[in-house]
Design a protein around this ligand. Structure first.
Ligand code: HEC
Length: 238
């Protein structure tokens, strides 16, 4: 048994050559398992590409600019209050929203419903101190209040009075909270702006708490200053 081709004769049995010849043959096709013709595969791809494009157009919202996460930085920020629309947000509504969360500082005493606690913490709902002159209201919260006071015909004289919040709160936070208490629980009064709070801060360097008598001259005075156009500007000062 030799592998030398020169010794080949049809009668000799060369297993190596025989196997090599068999391996070169394609396998017999089996019924039902014939390979799919290339043309069919190609046509299926063309249909998929065209149909995909059509679906994208028909579903409308899809857009390469906005749907591409890699371009997200340059597309508008979808969060409320962000992006182009931010400038048109109503300053009164913004102050009310921020003031509502800032009010957590006051709510422990004056309560979430602004009703206070009888004999202990005076109400802010319907209080003439809240919806009256802005000058007195800003001074009360900026510097604090102590001694006997009258609110809605009721007397209060809680030991220690109310602390000053001027040092603990920014002018913006204070303005937002005051706008909030002036326009909640049925109260309706003009917005208090950060500029108004700043004006009182620079003009009045007082460190001790006010008394009712000391503040009487400011009861109906309003701190001058522009109020942004919007619902807060048109509410009547009560
Ligand atoms: C620790 C309790 C306490 C907290 C907190 C507090 N207050 Fe007061 N507040 C009082 C007391 C007590 C008085 C009455 C002071 C007095 O008797 O002289 C008062 C009085 C007032 C008044 C005048 C009276 C009235 O009811 O209208 C206003 C306005 C007011 N507080 C607003 C605020 C605001 C705004 C905040 C939050 C930034 C706040 N208070 C946080 C206890 C508190």
């Amino acid at each position: 048994m030799s592998a030398n081709p020169s010794n080949y004769s049809p009668d000799s049995i060369d297993l190596d050559r025989l196997h090599a010849a068999v391996k070169r043959e394609k396998q017999d096709l089996q019924p039902g398992r014939e390979p799919v013709p290339m043309l069919v595969i190609f046509l299926a791809m063309v249909v998929a590409v065209i149909a995909g494009g059509q679906l994208g157009l028909m579903t409308g919202e899809w857009n390469f600019e906005t749907s591409n996460p890699f371009l997200a930085a340059s597309s508008p920020d979808p969060r409320p209050g962000a992006g182009e629309g931010a400038a048109s947000v109503d300053p009164f509504q913004t102050a009310m929203k921020k003031g509502a969360s800032g009010y957590a500082v006051c709510g422990g005493c004056h309560q979430g419903n602004g009703m206070g606690i009888p004999g202990q913490f005076p109400p802010l709902a319907g209080s003439e101190w809240v919806v009256g002159g802005t000058e007195r209201l800003i001074r009360v919260v900026q510097h604090g209040l102590v001694g006997a006071i009258t609110v809605k015909g009721q007397s209060y004289n809680t030991p220690g009075g109310m602390q000053a919040f001027g040092a603990a709160m920014s002018a913006t936070d204070l303005a937002n909270v005051l706008t909030y208490i002036r326009n909640s629980w049925g109260n309706e009064a003009t917005m208090i702006t950060k500029e108004m709070v700043e004006k009182v801060r620079t003009e009045e360097k007082r460190v001790q708490q006010w008394t009712e008598a000391e503040l009487a001259p400011f009861a109906d005075k309003n701190v001058p200053g522009d109020i942004p156009a919007g619902p807060g500007a048109t509410k009547p000062a009560a």
